[in-house]
Design a protein around this ligand. Structure first.
Ligand SMILES: C[S@@+](CC[C@H](N)C(=O)[O-])C[C@H]1O[C@@H](n2cnc3c(N)ncnc32)[C@H](O)[C@@H]1O
Length: 215
């Protein structure tokens, strides 16, 4: 299904507190360097239009959130929502999340990593472009604090099954996949992400798991 076109965000909105290019992120990405406090930091890779970030940062004001989205227009759109909602615990970054995980996040420093509906890259020759590759999974496991949680939801069964197999091989320390329960959505904002909303409205099954790094 094609993605909906987004309107170009207004240039008159001051997004300085809610938007960064990844190149402008601090050398060490942490709650201290981004938010000047020691609250738990949760990172979402591929935030799309930012529904998860908006909801989670409102529901968990004692946590900090960083969304990293490679599509610039979407990253700005999500940042605008955070700004309009007056969030002080969430920032959107525009760019590739993978080098940030590889080089700019300390060991055992994250409270959670979220990956919802990553692009499936259907063609065999393109599968190496998938975000949930071996290097990223190792980085995610390394950067999660003891007791930290890794979330993965998708509506692509092949991606789901092959990722679970890969995780069992390369990051067995994260333990077994545990079912992650969806809310009973009563309105559009009850869905965790826009892609979840789209799949459920089209009655496409969604596979949801999380992994808990032992404390
Ligand atoms: C299928 S969309 C899902 C968006 C959102 N998570 C949702 O569930 O509605 C996948 C998103 O991941 C983003 N993405 C893909 N590779 C990325 C990367 N390396 N770093 C950051 N974002 C990435 C894409 O631009 C796209 O917005």
């Amino acid at each position: 299904m094609p993605r909906q076109q987004l309107r170009t965000p207004s240039t008159s909105i001051d997004l300085s507190q809610h938007f960064r290019m990844v190149d402008a992120l601090p050398q060490q990405v942490s709650s201290q360097t981004l938010f000047q406090n020691d609250a738990g930091l949760q990172i979402e890779v591929g935030s799309g239009k930012g529904l998860f970030l908006l909801t989670a940062s409102g529901e968990q004001p004692d946590q900090n959130f960083l969304g990293i989205e490679i599509a610039h227009k979407y990253a700005k759109h999500a940042a605008t929502k955070l700004k309009n909602a007056g969030r002080t615990n969430a920032i959107m970054a525009s760019g590739d999340a993978l080098p940030i995980f590889e080089k700019q996040i300390a060991d055992e420093s994250l409270a959670a990593v979220h990956v919802y509906f990553p692009d499936p890259w259907w063609k065999k020759k393109h599968k190496k472009r998938r975000v949930l590759n071996e290097a990223f999974l190792r980085s995610a496991s390394r950067t999660l604090a003891p007791g930290g949680r890794f979330y993965f939801w998708t509506d692509v069964l092949d991606y789901f099954e092959s990722t679970l197999e890969l995780m069992a091989m390369v990051v067995p320390e994260l333990g077994p996949p545990l079912p992650d329960v969806a809310s009973e959505a009563e309105h559009d904002l009850d869905y965790r992400t826009h892609f979840e909303r789209r799949s459920r409205k089209n009655e496409i099954p969604v596979y949801r798991v999380h992994f808990d790094k032992p404390s």
